[in-house]
Design a protein around this ligand. Sequence first.
Ligand code: ARG
Length: 501
Amino acid sequence: MNDHNSRSGGARAPGGRLERRADTDPSADAPSAPGISPLHGRREAWSGRFSEPVADFVLHYTASVGFDRRLAQADIDGSLAHAAMLAQVGVLSTQDLQAIERGLAVVRGEIERGEFAWRVDLEDVHLNIEARLTELVGAPGKRLHTGRSRNDQVATDLRLYLRGQIDLTLGQVQRLQRALVELASEHTGTIMPGLTHLQVAQPIVFGHHLLAYVEMLERDAERLRQTRGRVNQLPLGAAALAGTSYPIDREAVARSLGFEAVSRNSMDAVSDRDFVIEFCAAAAIAMVHLSRLSEELILWASPQFGFIDLPDRFTTGSSIMPQKRNPDVPELARGKTGRVVGSLVGLLMMVKGQPLAYNKDNQEDKEALFDAVDTLRDTLHAFAELVPGIVVHREAMRQAARRGFATATDLADYLVRRGVAFRDAHEAVGRAVRRAAALACDLGELPIEELRAFAPQVEADVLSALSLEGSVAARDHLGGTAPAQVARQVAFWRARLPGPA
Ligand code: ARG
């Protein structure tokens, strides 16, 4: 959307003009063109009186049109449904409705083409569109606001907008899930160290690790879908706060806008923003998940790990250190998580303690929401593009698993199967690990005689228990890291996630 374009040849001042601060605007002393609304000719105002520059500041301070333009298409959709209903119940004439429909089609086109002259003196998207409609069609434009208030209008617009954004976001979540599943499908047998406390714990396969994120993203999607149901309720008809005396048909408006239900209480409908908070909570959790993936990609791509290379188009160099390949995209994603969490906290504080019903505080919902929507979607998009380009260094992963005595638990389990109590087995294996560490070898590389010195129950078949492959293959149950299980999970996700449209 073009923010500062003005319609040419009109009687109005250029659209961007009032968005400049009067005290810094060099053109402010220019004589007003004829036909401009009084607010445009404010020259005398600040030269003569002390209070007028404050009024100018207040105008800018209270205006939301700089950001709520994003709601323009939803605002027009809502107005069309409202007008059609008013005509249906006989409050508007058919001619009025036709004029409104014709005018709003023109307004929609002007906005889509970036030709609409947004005026900050008209405060917000709703008053801008209504004023332009009236300019285009005259009296019928002035009748559009019958039986409605900006309070129920903005709540309706925001819900329509957010519903659409949730659908787009869900599509991006699925894209990333699919990318992760496809990468996992190539690595159902790629062994790497599984870590706890960032220390080698037990061997796992890389595909299993990747599918953990697919699970997280699935819960993120579920939260968004559940939020959508609570977003998709019609507030229109609540009017300012108490409802309206016109014989409105709210069910008809809900049907035409695709809302699942009509709000049952007008005070609640205009004043609560819990649906925005809920979206931001879901977005914040999703971003926290993505920040974990970010951190792992950063670690894995570091020379110290050397597990993966990120695609070149996702890394940047250093202006001073020629060897650097910086993982900027995951780092930024990790950093941007704070913005979304900040939006969530800001919105909670915005609603906290507000008396019923509408208060202007609520205008502060939009920038936080828009930023959360953009940040989550951009981040999901970035990862969906990045993941297929990851180059995996299988041998480095395998070596890292070998180095960390990852199969120590397997040796303990082996001894338990031969009748040793787990605590005793744990103790014996701990001593064996110390010995292997002193010899700088893996447990599986200790001569069998050495192992027997710690645990006489050890037989020749211990080597398969101590092998990395034997270790992962043994965890062969739902949720385990055995390659066979991971392959089953890949199949599950492939069937569950629809292919790209
Ligand atoms: N721009 C306002 C908002 O975002 C619209 C509602 C204004 N209502 C009012 N009574 N001032 O919340």
